[in-house]
Ligand binder design. Structure first.
Ligand SMILES: [Zn+2]
Length: 391
């Protein structure tokens, strides 16, 4: 499996308050429209049917904080904290970056005490973002070092159904170098079941199964928070989810010979689940970051059709019943955790022949005729679900 030579790309949502700035940059010729390359050789594998713009030479990008950057002299607000850890660290290294002080302590209180967390949020916001802070929101990766490539930044404008205005995304490009144990150990092929609690179950070809749980966070009365406090709370929730999901990513990169995951399909998922898994970085981790890092480490990654994966018996393939987290097979009597059943079926379907596509687009096994949708398009489509609490 050869390493895709294209950079890693991470799509960041631009805040609606900055849409006028984006329009102004386009009008001034500082964002230049480009044509999308044919899909067979498409380095910008972002959102399908989006209008693409690149930065003009006189419109550099500088990232000021995890929510603010400047393009061609104009301030643009975007959720820049929604990056995988290696990319986050690359951005902080490259920019005079400001962050709230005391983030490490605040993250700890968010796991233990609502009262202390509220006080901590207030105190941090009162002090304001400051330069020279440690990157406490994202752990340094032991497996990847990323280098940010600001001149390859792309702005994507995508019209979505049910939305009055198109959505605008900032796509940042990185070169990720694998720095982990080399060659990766490649012990077994592994299949994933992604949910919330456990957020991931990994099934290995040798029969081992591993469960990964989200760290519990205290519930805060978010309505009583100021908008800056709420934003910081969102950043910290995302940071915790990222840390939780990156434990799995690190395990897979360090041990898997081939990774099989389900095709992301938001149809059929509850909007509440999508919103929650997005807040907790799980959508980004499993539908954008994992495939790109597997690629950087040279580990094959394949998506498979996961329909009924948690309600089909992994032993005899009979459709069974699921009662909360318990699967029961009416034919052979198997009773097993439904997340494990899901992961085992994803693995089995992958081993039977999921299809790996070269450009970062993935086709499900057993669906040869249906045009594949790429991960990023599905990922972006999650935005048009109501109740996602965009700002
Ligand atoms: Zn059975």
């Amino acid at each position: 499996m050869s390493r895709r030579m294209y950079p890693d790309q991470h799509n960041i949502q631009i805040s609606t308050v900055s849409y006028p700035a984006v329009r102004q940059l386009i009008a001034q010729g500082q964002l230049i429209p480009i044509d999308r390359a044919p899909e067979s050789d498409n380095p910008i594998k972002g959102l399908t049917d989006a209008e693409l713009y690149v930065l003009a030479a006189d419109a550099p990008i500088e990232i000021l904080s995890d929510v603010a950057c400047v393009i061609g002299g104009l301030p643009v607000q975007a959720k820049l904290y929604a990056l995988p850890s290696p990319a986050y660290h690359a951005v902080v290294r490259a920019n005079p970056f400001t962050q709230y002080p005391g983030i490490a302590e605040l993250r700890a209180t968010l796991r233990t005490s609502a009262t202390s967390a509220l006080e901590g949020l207030r105190r941090a916001v009162q002090q304001g973002r400051q330069p020279g802070q440690l990157v406490a929101a994202a752990q340094e990766s032991a497996q990847f070092v990323s280098c940010w490539m600001p001149d390859q930044t792309v702005v994507q404008i995508k019209s979505l159904p049910k939305r009055a205005e198109p959505d605008v995304f900032l796509t940042l490009a990185f070169r990720a170098a694998f720095t982990g144990v080399f060659p990766p150990r490649r012990e077994a092929a592994m299949g994933l079941d992604v949910g919330l609690q456990p957020h991931t179950v990994v099934a290995r070809e040798d029969g081992q199964v591993r469960h990964y749980h989200l760290s519990p966070l205290v519930r805060l009365p978010t309505r009583s928070l100021s908008s800056a406090e709420r934003e910081l709370h969102e950043i910290l929730q995302y940071a915790q989810g990222r840390e939780d999901s990156e434990v799995v990513v690190a395990y897979l990169i360090g041990h898997a010979s081939h990774i099989y995951a389900e095709v992301l399909e938001h149809r059929g998922m509850s909007t509440k689940y999508i919103a929650r898994s997005r807040q907790l970085a799980l959508q980004d981790a499993f539908y954008s970051h994992l495939s790109q890092y597997a690629n950087a480490a040279g580990i094959p990654f394949t998506r498979v059709d996961a329909h009924h994966s948690s309600t089909t018996c992994p032993d005899c393939e009979t459709r069974g019943e699921r009662d909360r987290d318990i699967f029961r097979c009416p034919a052979c009597g198997l009773q097993r955790n439904a997340h494990e059943v899901g992961a085992l079926n994803v693995l089995a379907r992958g081993l039977k022949g999921g299809v790996h596509l070269r450009t970062g687009r993935w086709r499900a096994s057993g669906q040869p005729r249906r045009p594949a949708r790429d991960d990023f398009a599905e990922w972006a489509d999650a935005y048009h679900f109501p109740g996602l609490g965009r700002r």
